[in-house]
Design a protein around this ligand. Structure first.
Ligand code: GCB
Length: 571
């Protein structure tokens, strides 16, 4: 059951409902219909409170909350017709940043992390008839959070992704991972619930006439495989073939659509299905088109953004920065044929020496990989963006890299680096993190940040001692759509054009250059971008304006991507 809709909300800037959770009068989550006793407060009355659309962020829906960073309580009713047959799971796509969940005044649980899914078994908490579901969403970050409060994007708060009540049998399919590995179709299935041991598990792929069968072990797990049939059509951006896959165990069955392909790196190249691929990409934030954008992406909004990349820009790759984007986005990438860089918000200077912060980052990565490892589009897991070159950070990221490989050996691992050494005019990427990852990706802004003039940029030489595939995970320059200037002042479209031309020249000479995801498709909101003439709280490095108008540099990048595609076709 999709619990989308209009939920009542109460803003709680002092977090009274948390710090006074023991007080009957202050505990807003108890959702009392109104003051029951003369001493009760009138304040916390959801029925009298306004409503907003869920999934959604509050920033764009209630203009008094445009820059609000704190706690908001949401309530909706959940009606049960009769006692459940099996288990009831309450599933959240994402709540930014912390979620406090209550049913009928009882605490169900908490979750930290603004971009990944989580679920609670609520079978024993829901009663037949009307139930109160209250969710406190707290968007505040601290220095130990992932990320910290200091980021270059707008911290949209709220229940930003769908909420579902999921009915499953007493023993149910908890997870499945179906993929192509060394010429075989391999499926790992895990069960949860009452009787996980000894269940017959079937994975059917009707389009390939393939059935895999096995029995779950004591811990409810089974690994089954078979040779990939000859007629298997591999997934690629040019031909994004997906197959219906049905997983069955006991009384449960789950249907998905899954593509099969291989990824590897060899001799400084990224290989897709054994062939070198150049990533013609662009970076994206999770923000909709429009003057008042939203964090809440649905399939129409995802397709609106991705079709600009796929069709207008002639791209085959998106970097979904700087955190896991909605599942509907990666599913759309699967269907439309775009390779994906998927990232967790280990961004800039998080608290690398803190074990709790490490545990949190691991949990986010785990939730992200388990959600999306069946998506053929995902090419790389990125563990971090622009982190300082210190030992404590390296140890932290090594744990994340090892985890990513353990959870999913079928993809590449990367990180966006920015520590670059200059030597005699050359830029040397010798951050030790480069040794631990599969693709060495660098964010570079020469000609925009720093003192280098644009005419020197094309001659900059890069050295990548790792010999691994090398790419620019970011480059970009700000431009206000419609500001044209023959003098090429910064923030003019003309400067952005010249910047792209210069950087592309530089990229063409870089060794083992395997792709780029310039910063960024669309202008995006950021509280750090307060220049009143050009920015007005927008980071203007987009190749399109907030409303989707293409800036002149869009076509410079498109022409490069056309050229690369044509060269590839000639080979
Ligand atoms: C970066 C960051 C990105 C910023 C961008 C900028 O290097 O990775 O999050 O938004 O630069 O615009 O400065």
């Amino acid at each position: 059951t999709d619990l989308s809709g209009h939920w009542h909300y109460i803003v709680d800037p002092l977090k009274t409902g948390i710090v006074r959770a023991d007080s009957t009068r202050y505990s807003v989550f108890r959702d009392k219909p109104g003051p029951e006793r003369p001493v009760d407060f009138f304040e916390y009355n959801f029925d009298a409170a306004p409503r907003m659309s869920i999934p959604g962020d509050w920033n764009g829906q209630d203009l008094s909350l445009t820059w609000y960073d704190g706690l908001v309580w949401f309530r909706r009713h959940v009606d049960l017709d009769g006692p459940p047959d099996g288990r009831l799971l309450l599933h959240f796509g994402a709540v930014n940043y912390k979620a406090h969940v209550y049913i009928n005044g009882e605490k169900v649980g908490e979750h930290e992390g603004g971009f990944t899914p989580f679920a609670f078994d609520v079978t024993d908490l829901l009663k037949v008839g009307r139930n109160s579901l209250v969710v406190g969403a707290d968007s505040e970050h601290v220095n130990q959070s992932v990320p910290t409060p200091v980021v270059d994007w707008k911290n949209f708060g709220g229940i930003t992704r769908p909420v579902h009540l999921v009915r499953v049998p007493d023993t149910y399919i908890h997870d499945y991972f179906v993929r192509l590995d060394s010429g075989r179709i391999v499926a790992d299935v895990s069960l949860d619930g009452e009787r996980v041991n000894g269940q017959k598990v079937r994975v059917e792929i009707p389009g390939l006439d393939l059935v895999l069968e096995g029995k779950s072990d004591l811990s409810g797990e089974v690994a089954i495989e078979a040779a990939a049939p000859q007629e298997l059509a591999l997934w690629s951006p040019e031909s994004p073939t997906l197959y219906d896959v049905i997983v069955k165990a006991g009384d449960d069955n789950v249907a998905d659509r899954i593509g099969f392909r291989t990824l590897a790196v060899r001799d400084g190249k990224i290989l897709l299905n054994g062939e070198p691929v150049f990533l013609r990409g662009i970076s994206l934030h999770e923000e909709t088109l429009g003057a008042i954008p939203s964090r809440a992406i649905n399939s129409t909004r995802a397709r609106a953004l991705l079709s600009i990349v796929k069709n207008d820009l002639n791209g085959n790759f998106v970097r979904l920065a700087h955190y896991p984007h909605a599942e509907t986005m990666t599913r759309a990438a699967d269907e439309m044929g775009l390779l994906v860089w998927s990232e967790i918000p280990v961004y800039w200077d998080i608290d690398f020496s803190n074990q709790d912060t490490l545990a949190l980052a691991k949990q986010m990565q785990h939730e992200n990989i388990l959600r999306d490892r069946n998506r053929a589009s995902i090419a790389m897991w990125s563990v971090a963006n622009e982190t300082p070159q210190t030992d404590v950070r390296l140890a932290f990221l090594k744990e994340l890299i090892d985890d990513a490989r353990r959870l999913d050996g079928s993809r590449l691992v990367t990180a966006a680096l920015h520590n670059v050494r200059s030597e005699g005019g050359a830029r040397i990427v010798d951050d030790p993190l480069g040794q631990l990852i599969d693709v060495v990706a660098v964010n570079t802004y020469q000609g925009w940040y720093g003192g280098m003039s644009l005419d020197r940029v094309p001659s900059v030489e890069w050295q990548n001692p790792t010999g691994k595939p090398f790419m620019f995970s970011e480059f970009g320059a700000g431009a206000l759509y419609g500001f044209r200037d023959p003098e090429k002042e910064k923030f003019s479209e003309d400067f952005q054009v010249a910047y792209y031309e210069a950087t592309i020249e530089m990229a063409k000479k870089a060794p083992d250059f395997a792709g780029a995801s310039p910063w960024i498709l669309k202008d995006f909101l950021s509280p750090r971008r307060m220049n009143w003439r050009y920015q007005e709280y927008w980071n203007r490095k987009g190749l399109i304006s907030p409303e989707g108008h293409k800036k002149a540099a869009f076509y410079v990048l498109r022409d490069w991507y056309d050229e690369i595609e044509l060269q590839g076709a000639k080979k």
